[in-house]
Ligand binder design. Sequence first.
Ligand SMILES: Cc1cc2nc3c(=O)[nH]c(=O)nc-3n(C[C@H](O)[C@H](O)[C@H](O)COP(=O)(O)OP(=O)(O)OC[C@H]3O[C@@H](n4cnc5c(N)ncnc54)[C@H](O)[C@@H]3O)c2cc1C
Ligand code: SF4
Length: 528
Amino acid sequence: MTQRDDHDIAAVTFDHDDDTVVVIIGSGAGGGTLADELTAKGVNCVLLEAGPRIENSEFQNDEHWANDTLLWENAREGSGDRPTVGIPTWMVKAVGGCTIHWVSNSPRFQPHEFKTRTTYGAIGGANVLDWPLCYADMDPFYSRAEYKMGVAMTHGLPPMRPTNLSKIMIAGARRLGYTKVHAGRVAINQTPRDGRNACDEIGFCQQGCRSGAKWSTLYSEIPRAEATGRLELRTNCMALQIHHDAAGRASGVLYADKAGAQHFQKARIVCVACNTIQTTRLLLNSASARFPDGLANSSGALGRHYMTHTEGGVIGVFDRSVNWHRGRVGAGTVEDEAPNDPRRGFIGGYYMLAFFTGLPAYAGSLTPGAWGRSYAGWLERYAYTAGMYIVGEDLAQPGNRVTLHATKKDQYGLPIPCFVLNDHPNDMALRQHALKRATALWEAIGARRTREWLSIPNGHNLGTCRMSEKPADGVVNTWGRTHDLPNVFISDGSQFTSSAACNPTLTIVALAIRQAGYIAEAMRRNDI
Ligand SMILES: Cc1cc2nc3c(=O)[nH]c(=O)nc-3n(C[C@H](O)[C@H](O)[C@H](O)COP(=O)(O)OP(=O)(O)OC[C@H]3O[C@@H](n4cnc5c(N)ncnc54)[C@H](O)[C@@H]3O)c2cc1C
Ligand code: SF4
């Protein structure tokens, strides 16, 4: 146990030569949960996080501050015809990862969404596959994830109190005949719970929740793991490569600290939770003579099947004020369109979710360069506006993928990531259906004007290291363990075999809890 000055001092430190530790890369939903679960089971962990630690007491109710301070701005390049491709992929570079920015909608997968190949059959242009697990396998871990996160309407927690926006959306939905409608299945405290305060309904949730009412690994899992004395969190430490030994086992992680100095941390096990694009990039950048196409890529599937959900939004403008920005985010959900019903002209389903944005982001969302009467008119009606976005199934397509740039490199001399995202015809049909229904919903409750807002990014990044029964079809097995390296695990949304219709984080957390149990038991048995 030593103290170092090459990165922020943690309560406990492990030597770089200590090859008994589990090294977790990324401290967001997947990595933060894994650290909590493993340390609770007596496992020593080193957690490498590329960003700084910014406590929630430092958060500011200011969109510009949040973007300038928290966003992941390392170079990336995107292409394709998905409407959101031009928007930078929304990621956080700080302890807690995207659980700082997230809205906290936390639905479960529907059972058939783990068995999409069986349910949907073969789909041209897509490569749909069943997960090597089923809903019954996940059920207990969903329940534990909901308890940890404090998800409304689970474990005896009441439904959320409606905001103005909730009331309008719920009323509109009922006029259309929808019945599975509520004020949000979100991970936000209404009363103090698990060391987190109650929601004060001031808003600015996506800029980081100052009160801690909204779940984040920043102030839940990570401090709890640190309190065990078994976690060393190294902030401002960017993992560059995973190395392996002659036997094909990961030996540790090369990383750069804040000053750019490089270190090698030995490891018994390496768990990668860098949020899909960076996870894929790290594995590709770890190519070696033995693994020339990247680590864990014997199938050629690494980087393929990148999914972000089919997204889009509709805003409605009303005669009377809505004040959509007052109160918390995640203020309304319609679940009726989530089931798979091919009679609608597409397979899979979608959720309709209330949203608002602050005035700066709203102004920026209007046609770039817009001005004059029309532009001013939309802005003047800001307080009279209501917003809804859709999250729908995004089919796994082999051509939608994350790769390394052929020439552009970062400050460490490593290629930057590129991604391609094209709509499948099914995505377009689903989006068109959803936008029509969202428009109808606002009109049903008296909207004067509506406007489609196609370029709403959802921050969901999934699928490039997908789970598969057979090693030839994917990158990891049912435990998130790579098919190729026995001691490398993937612990984020890149494990997803299908996107399902719903927001992904509850499933990421449930998978991390399940994976931690497997790892701890395998270590105990000396299997890893
Ligand atoms: C605005 C917004 C709203 C959202 N709303 C919802 C919602 O309502 N419901 C929902 O389910 N999901 C939502 N999401 C998505 C959700 O936040 C993500 O699914 C989830 O946080 C992903 O978890 P993760 O562990 O994969 O990655 P993250 O939580 O992003 O954590 C990844 C961490 O890895 C670090 N990292 C990356 N590369 C490296 C490296 N090489 N070395 C060291 N560290 C590295 C990053 O800095 C980051 O801290 C939202 C996202 C955004 C941006
Ligand atoms: S409104 Fe509630 S959830 Fe949102 S930032 Fe404030 S306290 Fe947190």
